[in-house]
Design a protein around this ligand. Structure first.
Ligand code: CMP
Length: 140
């Protein structure tokens, strides 16, 4: 089993609906260690840069608008197979397809307003963690 890091975001709907604590508690219960954590209001250019791989998708504008509509919580999670573990805890992108008990099944409204983001691979995780956090100062 590999110890990995992954980026998690509690999206604006999760923050506005008061689920930060429940989401963090779930990660800790599942054995993921919170190595860094910050609450921020993303700018349009920060959100565009973060989601650059989706720039050509028809929902890109909607995605950026939503991700800048209110504060988000950024976290670095660490643990055994953290990338896939976090994806299992989140459930499918579309809450209607997400398994019972997953964060998106429990808390999300739609594919767009889906409460949490998680890196989709170790390569994406490295890029996404570097995008928001400094290895030297933020990871404890
Ligand atoms: P996330 O894991 O943050 O990465 C890309 C996001 O795009 C995804 O979660 C969804 O919230 C969003 N997304 C994917 N498909 C759609 C869609 N059809 N309409 C709106 N947003 C979408």
């Amino acid at each position: 089993m590999a110890i990995e890091r992954t980026l998690s975001i509690v999206k604006p709907d999760g923050v506005a609906n008061g689920y930060i604590g429940k989401i963090i508690a779930r990660f800790e219960e599942e054995g993921l260690n919170i190595r860094a954590l910050r609450k921020v209001q993303l700018t349009v250019s920060q959100a565009q840069g973060f989601y650059a791989e989706h720039a050509a998708r028809p929902f890109f504008g909607e995605l950026v608008e939503f991700m800048t509509s209110g504060p988000v919580v950024l976290m670095v999670l660490e643990g055994e197979n953290a990338v896939s573990a976090n994806r299992e805890i989140m459930g499918a992108t579309d809450p209607l397809q997400a398994d019972e008990g997953t964060l998106r099944r429990l808390y999300a409204e739609s594919k767009g307003r889906n409460t949490v983001h998680g890196s989709d691979s170790p390569t994406s995780a490295a890029r996404e963690i570097d995008y928001f956090f400094s290895q030297a100062f933020d990871l404890v």
